[in-house]
Design a protein around this ligand. Sequence first.
Ligand code: TRP
Length: 341
Amino acid sequence: MAVVPLPRVLSGIQPTAGSFHLGNYLGALRQWVALQETTEAFYCVVDLHAITQDWNPDELRQNTLTSAAQLLALGVDPARSTLFVQSHVPEHVRLSWVLECIARFGEASRMTQFKDKSQREGAEGSSVGLFTYPVLMAADILAYQADQVPVGDDQRQHLELTRDLATRFNSRFGRTFTVPSGFIPEAGARVMDLQSPGKKMSKSLPPAGCVFLLDEPSVTAKKIRSAVTDTGREVVADPVNKPGVTNLLGIHSALSGRSVADLEQHFAGRGYGDLKKELAEVVADVVTPIRTRTQELVDDRAELERILAAGAARAREVAGVTVAAAYERAGFLAPAAGVVA
Ligand code: TRP
């Protein structure tokens, strides 16, 4: 009987904060865990992507470790998936250069994330790395011949570029890369800021509106208690007139697994205070074990580093094959035996 290989998945997350937040968890990371069941998954902490704007080296190192620890704590299982740190796998950068040379300046200039992120410094003052960021992301994906890439909606354009670059390379030099498809998680898991429910939860907004996985439980409870609610008293979902309450119900539903309609019934005749109190408990039930496990892993740095070293070794095996093929097709002279490349 022929063995049908599992579809391969690759995704990455930046270690730019000391903690992931509920939006990361419900929007993406929970999918990562679920996908381990049905796919061969590669997950990386994309530290190279974290230096495209000003950074602090000590914080980057610490955040990389804490990010990996959180991924393990929330259910990424190194026995089933390959978890690694991007900078441990030099194949990403080796492939990225070739892709930069087939990407066009014009198409990179159209990336809306670059336009947004370069607004502060202006294009003149932004790093070249910020500009080529999506090409490195393409290399992350193509190096593993990923079939699917679970990403948020904001990464759709980068994924489209990845597909274009794969197709272009394949048609010029022969079929080398799998052209990946997106995998945008179904709506409903879109978590909004607690203080500005019109905006996506984000670490770049003031911390009062953002529930971090590693927040103390008392801090989380306070953030939820202080969440913006809406006029009226009824606990019902109404995205137009009650965006705050709708968001709280959505978070409750995503974490408790109960439908919003069921929750509306559950809270019938009760007020916003009851909703917030219960939501704080629901959040704590999910987040507290993650927080505890993260701390244990961070405290056992040797074990954490062992897991990441094993992940990097496995990642290099897979990415190395792709990069060797791409270099050969691109016409680079193969280094003679004994020459390290
Ligand atoms: N750009 C992605 C983000 O900001 C992170 C990322 C980097 C990524 N490389 C990737 C996501 C490869 C998926 C696949 O969310």
